[in-house]
Every structure is written in structure tokens, then in C-alpha cells.
Design a protein around this ligand. Structure first.
Ligand SMILES: NC(=O)C1=CN([C@@H]2O[C@H](COP(=O)(O)OP(=O)(O)OC[C@H]3O[C@@H](n4cnc5c(N)ncnc54)[C@H](OP(=O)(O)O)[C@@H]3O)[C@@H](O)[C@H]2O)C=CC1
Ligand SMILES: O=C(O)C1=N[C@H](C(=O)O)C[C@H](O)C1
Length: 266
């Protein structure tokens, strides 16, 4: 399977090139970055710390989509929407890890998935997807009068979106367990005289600093006890492994919008 990596010079882009390169049955079919990037024209595998392959970083995503079987996208929301359009036009597989998409952009992905097989997940690690399933289950058991749900996340200082896509995914899992709509119950920040906590809300707290790869905790705070479900990523490799696994899983699947929980059967 020929895999193209858009944003191949980024933190995740380089990990994805590495993972594709070392996965049996997969080859790096190309990569792109922004036209003004100093990496355009450089060797895709060389900048990922591997041996030279002769495959050069391009700046034309349309050409990349035509040349490969699947594209993996960990870039930025506007770029991802363009890539989704190209996937719909070419019918190629698209694996999206980009976070920070608006609700309108997520709705557009559903349209693109009418003619393309798209896997979209805020976190591609096995551990986090297991945590999604656990959180949904716990939230279904502990109702709003029994447990207050708070979600805390910490990431490296370069991260540009907050709360993280994973924190929001954990919130969605909790809301689903409780049978409520996350947008209606979420409290994204607190400052000043906020008053007492409103029953049934799901709170978010965001920390940024250093080189933290990604830590998430869901707290179920009850009277007299507390349950915490925590996941800590210590390497971006877990995300890259999940993304390449998703691309392979998608081969031969009908067009549609799938999640990593579909890929893992969770
Ligand atoms: N789902 C998951 O498992 C995970 C998701 N993520 C998400 O992935 C995204 C990227 O994260 P990270 O790698 O740390 O960020 P980086 O900023 O390191 O990488 C993003 C790369 O995409 C490039 N880029 C931006 N726009 C385009 C475009 N139009 N065409 C091609 N390339 C483009 C950037 O170029 P330039 O630097 O020149 O702007 C950069 O090289 C984030 O949304 C993050 O939250 C991260 C880890 C795991
Ligand atoms: O930007 C990151 O680094 C990460 N982003 C994802 C998110 O927003 O949840 C996943 C992971 O935690 C790393």
C-alpha cells in the first residue's frame, strides 16, 4: 500500500513517515508541506531521520492524492478540509488525526465521506480508545447526582488548540454514557466568582508546558470517593502506529466516516 503523508515535516509527519517506512506492505509514496516550507524539495525519508529514498517533499496535495492509495493527515483544520475534498474527488483513503475542527468542519467531513473512506479520530492510540470505552461505561453507571465529571489534560507548549481533541472525545464519551449532549453541558473554563458547580456539567481544564506528549485524566468525583481514568502518552509513536493501522484497515472498506474505535473494534 502506497501511503502519502501531508504535513510530513511536522512533529507527527516525521513519525508517520517512519512508521509507514517500517511497516510490512506499506511504502512512503510521497509527502507534502506548505509551499513556503524550507523542507519542500528535500528527501521525505531523510528529513524523518531515515535513509534517502529519492521521494521528495512536494507542495501539491492533489498530485499526492493521485499518486498514492491512502493519505495520512496530521496538519491543521483548514488544510485537513482541503485534503478531505481531494479524498472525495479521488475516492482515496484518508486518515485524519488533526484536532481543533469546528462542528461545521466535522459536518463537511461527513459529506466528503460519501465518496471516500475516511477515518477520523482525535487520538489514534489503543490506550486512549480503550479509555473512551471505559469512560462511556462509567458515566452510564454514575448518574449526575452521584458523580461530577471533570477532564484534565496537559500537552507540550507548542500545541495550538484547547481543550485537546482527546479531552473533547473523552467528554463526548462521558456525555454519551449519560445520554446527554456535550455542547449543552460542557464548561470549558472557569475564572473569578463562578458560583457553585452546576449539577450534570462536564468540566475541562487545560495545562500547557515543556515537551509533554499528551496526558489525560477523567475524574468522577463522588461523595466520599473518586474514580480517575488516566492515560499518559510517552511517545508519539503510539499515534503513528494507530494511523498506519487505520490506513491498512480501510483498504477495501466502503466509503464512510469511521473512527479509531471502529478500527480497533472497541
Ligand atoms: N489524532 C492523534 O492521535 C493525534 C493528533 N495530533 C494532532 O495532529 C496535528 C498536528 O500536530 P503536530 O504534528 O504536533 O503539529 P506540527 O505543527 O508539528 O505539524 C503540522 C505540520 O503540518 C504542516 N501543514 C500545515 N498546513 C499544511 C498544508 N496546507 N499542507 C501541508 N502541510 C501543512 C505544518 O507546516 P508548518 O510548520 O510550515 O506550518 C507542519 O509541518 C494537531 O492538530 C494535533 O493536535 C497530534 C498527535 C496525535
Ligand atoms: O497536539 C498534540 O500533540 C496531540 N494532540 C491530540 C489531541 O489534541 O488530543 C492527541 C495527543 O494527545 C497529542
Amino acid at each position: 500500500m502506497k501511503i502519502g503523508i501531508v504535513g510530513c515535516a511536522g512533529r507527527m509527519g516525521r513519525m508517520l513517515v517512519n512508521e509507514t517506512f517500517k511497516t510490512n506492505g506499506c511504502e512512503v509514496g510521497g509527502g507534502t508541506d506548505l509551499p513556503d516550507s524550507p523542507f519542500v524539495g528535500k528527501d521525505v525519508t531523510l528529513i524523518a531521520g531515515l535513509e534517502e529514498s529519492g521521494v521528495l517533499v512536494g507542495d501539491d496535495p492533489k498530485a499526492l492524492f493521485k499518486a498514492v492509495d491512502a493519505v495520512i493527515d496530521f496538519t491543521a483544520p483548514a488544510a485537513t478540509m482541503n485534503h478531505a475534498k481531494l479524498a472525495a474527488e479521488t475516492g482515496k483513503i484518508l486518515v485524519i488525526g488533526t484536532t481543533g475542527l469546528s462542528n461545521d468542519q466535522k459536518a463537511e467531513l461527513k459529506l466528503a465521506a460519501k465518496t471516500a473512506t475516511i477515518i477520523f479520530a482525535p487520538n489514534m492510540s489503543v490506550g486512549v480508545n480503550l479509555a473512551f470505552a471505559l469512560v462511556e461505561k462509567v458515566a452510564a453507571v454514575l448518574d449526575k447526582d452521584t458523580a461530577d465529571i471533570e477532564i484534565v489534560e496537559m500537552h507540550h507548549k507548542h500545541k495550538v488548540d484547547a481543550p485537546s481533541g482527546t479531552a473533547l472525545g473523552l467528554g463526548e464519551a462521558a456525555a454519551k454514557g449519560r445520554g446527554v449532549d456535550l455542547d449543552a453541558v460542557s464548561v470549558r473554563s472557569r475564572d473569578g466568582h463562578t458560583g457553585a458547580r452546576e449539577n450534570g456539567t462536564i468540566g475541562f481544564a487545560t495545562l500547557r508546558g515543556g515537551d509533554v506528549v499528551g496526558d489525560h485524566t477523567v475524574v468522577f468525583a463522588c461523595e466520599g470517593e473518586r474514580i480517575e481514568i488516566t492515560h499518559k502518552a510517552s511517545s508519539r509513536e503510539v499515534f503513528a502506529k494507530g494511523a498506519v493501522r487505520a490506513a491498512k484497515w480501510a483498504e477495501g472498506k466502503k466509503p464512510g466516516l469511521y473512527s479509531m474505535r471502529d478500527v480497533l473494534g472497541l
